[in-house]
Design a protein around this ligand. Sequence first.
Ligand SMILES: Nc1ncnc2c1ncn2[C@@H]1O[C@H](COP(=O)(O)OP(=O)(O)OP(=O)(O)O)[C@@H](O)[C@H]1O
Ligand SMILES: [Mg+2]
Length: 209
Amino acid sequence: MSVRELHLPKIRPGESVFIVGPKGSGKTVLAKVLLLSRRNAIVLDTKLIERWGKVGVRVAEKNLLQLRGGRFHWPASHAFILDKDVQDAIFRGLLANGHRTLYVDEAYDLQLSGGLKLVATQGRAIKLGLWISTQRPSHIPLFLISEAQHFFIFYLRLKRDRERVEEATGVRIPWERLQRWRHSFLYVSERGGLLGPIKLDEASVKAVL
Ligand SMILES: Nc1ncnc2c1ncn2[C@@H]1O[C@H](COP(=O)(O)OP(=O)(O)OP(=O)(O)O)[C@@H](O)[C@H]1O
Ligand SMILES: [Mg+2]
């Protein structure tokens, strides 16, 4: 079977997304492409090395999360953004508003807090979608992963990470099929349907790079 180009699945407001893959596999590029179709997207970028301009994410001027229409990126300092209380305040602020997509680019640095738990478990009802990507799914609490409706899975080398993804999705992932094409991934839906390997088409990648 050859690799297919992607017809992106429809992600409804409030639904959650989980993207896994090693460094450089294409998680952020995929997230940017998916975010292009979102209104009111907010990015919590814990690494602060990405440029979000092309995705239409507007950079706020102050170190404050602005909950107005449009897309926002939080250009706060690294230490600030990794502070547990600060993260908790972001999550609770978003819960008060709903109708947003919060994308956490690399959840490795996500701090477990009451606010995050509430967003993960109650966000869907108020159309607050939590999208997460990570290199190491085995480090992320299962409750955060298993709440997702959409899984995008790049090739994972480590057994522990693979097992985590299979545990969360309830699907046996054909890892060897993923290894063949660089930047290819599988799509698994909440109900266990599996598509792929898939690659983004060139035009979509160009639009966000
Ligand atoms: N679908 C793709 N087609 C072609 N090139 C791609 C694709 N996806 C990613 N790339 C290339 O690979 C690079 C790394 O991709 P990306 O930043 O999305 O990886 P990542 O998984 O987010 O890595 P990290 O874990 O380090 O954040 C991109 O800058 C781009 O040059
Ligand atoms: Mg990335």
